[in-house]
Ligand binder design. Sequence first.
Ligand SMILES: Nc1ncnc2c1ncn2[C@@H]1O[C@H](COP(=O)(O)OP(=O)(O)OP(=O)(O)O)[C@@H](O)[C@H]1O
Ligand SMILES: [Mg+2]
Length: 650
Amino acid sequence: MKINLSTKVGIGTFVIAAVGIFTIAYLSFHIMMQYSKETSLKHLNFELTQDKNSIQNDIKKIVYDAKILANDNDIKSYSRAFYNPYNYDAVTNRTLEGIDKNIEENFISLLSHNKAYFNIRLLYKNGQELLVIYKDDKGIHARPKKGLQDKSEKRYFKETINLPQKEVYISDISLNREYGRFSYPLTPTIRVALPIYIEKKLFGMLIINANINKLFDVLQQYDDVDSPKRIYLADKHGYYIYNQDQSKTFGYEFSHINDTIYHDFDAKKQSYFTDDLLFTSTTLAYSKNEMIRIILTSSVGFLKKDRNTFIDSLTFYSIIIALCIAIISLVLVRYLITPLTTITKTAKAIATGDTTQVMDFDTIHTNDEIQELATSLQTMLKKLEESKKDIEKKVEQRTEELNTLNENLEHIVKEKTAENIKQLEALQQQSKLASMGEMIGAIAHQWRQPLNELSISIQNLKYDYEDGLITEDYLNEFIASTKKIIKFMSDTIDDFRNFYRVDKVKEKFNVKDAIEKVLSIQKAQLVNNNIEVTLQGEGFEIIGFKNEFQQVILNLINNAKDILLQNKVKNAKITIELKNRTISVRDNGGGIPNEIIDRIFEPYFTTKEQGKGTGMGLYMSKMIIEENIKAKLNVSNTPEGAEFRIDFDE
Ligand SMILES: Nc1ncnc2c1ncn2[C@@H]1O[C@H](COP(=O)(O)OP(=O)(O)OP(=O)(O)O)[C@@H](O)[C@H]1O
Ligand SMILES: [Mg+2]
């Protein structure tokens, strides 16, 4: 399937844009979350500081209340009446009982005004309770005198009794007990005690017990179940002294060793945050020996919820934006690609050899790389066109040159051929002339016998005339016999003339007849040289210039004769054998040395001394046989001598 470029770019841009935008948005969201957690934690920390101050103020307030109570004039009156043998205070003119009543009223008033205070006591310096006002669910009561106890063994008593004037003891926070048992509902209690000095002499002490759940206003502030924030108070060991889940408080009292802040939080850190929680804590050392750890946490569930909605809308908007980008880039690419398409179309057309599309380039005015490309393509095309023309011109030129050359060549070839033919003819002439010398020798040989006979006959004619023997018959016989001799001689001349006549037409002739003619010319010479010539086998007919053929046979016989004479061979023999349309000319002259046998058909190759041989004989013979008669001439050595074979049927 062919997908065009703009679709590809569209899809590509969409995917890249979607992924890119989503990634960036997600990352920034992540960073934002981190940042918002950090900021929230800072806020939380700030809140914690405020809470701490508030708790500290709450504690200060009990101290303040305790001091007011302890310095009250009624207490002074009480001590005076207490030490008076009649339990009478002369200064205020009251009895101990009356003063007691007034103090009770003061205490009750304080208890009723302060919801956190539930117990105010006056203790004598030996630990004996003098006055106890307490609050329970039924109201505020003064403890009956007989119910008063000795508290000298209590820790707060021991801690406070040795304090100098104006110093205050603030207890740890522990569960309140009544008569040794926890009072229910469980009451986490802080005790503030201070010694009472009357005229620099220790009289006793004042103690206020307060329920911290009510005392520390901040605790209620976080009571709302829906609030993501929680406050916790812990003692120095990490046990909760305040937890909205009350069952977790005071674990050490109930052997719940896991109910500590260390178990629930990474509380060794002062503050931290996780995916779901912000945690911050501080320590409030509210007295010389006592401290509490205040912890403020906030769940980040709200952030989580935000996150999901955020991711949903993030995905939605990412897709929308990516789509917009894709559409814009699609349009842009379309706009950019149109000229490219034109270029591609043109390039395609050019590739198929159509250069008429060139004009399309002029429609591209994008003023950018595409236009540059178009321009370069156009230039390239022009150059191409130019070089094409150039090449065509060159080819034309070369063709012309070649044609001229061809013509010249033809001319030269013709000239050379003519020259060659002339040369060949000259050679033929030369070799003919050469053999003519031989022929004249041969004629001389042929004529010697008849000339002798004629000479003898003429000589005899003279003697016979003197003897009177000449009759008419004698003359007739003489004329007939001499005519016969002269005819023989005349025939011989004819033979030679025929032999050296240049044939003008090819003819059909019998090779045996032609060879016999050659032999008849040569016979006398060969017999003279004691060379025996035999011609055997059946003759056959061939077509060609008879004369040329006879010259070849003559050449072969002459060569054989030359070697036989040169080597002074006894029983010299030349055998000509006709068989199956082949002619074999053999001699017993000893053969041709191997080192020259390949060269004997070359023109001018001869082993004969200068003037005796031209070296053209075999060359001419091979030319005649192979070019004119279309047969084959080959040589080989027999045990006795050389053998030349002419094969007609190859
Ligand atoms: N029958 C033969 N036996 C031995 N050698 C031969 C024979 N025929 C030819 N040759 C060798 O081949 C050579 C070439 O022969 P070719 O007929 O071409 O020239 P030529 O006989 O030397 O000279 P030309 O024939 O012109 O007088 C000879 O010189 C001779 O050495
Ligand atoms: Mg020769």
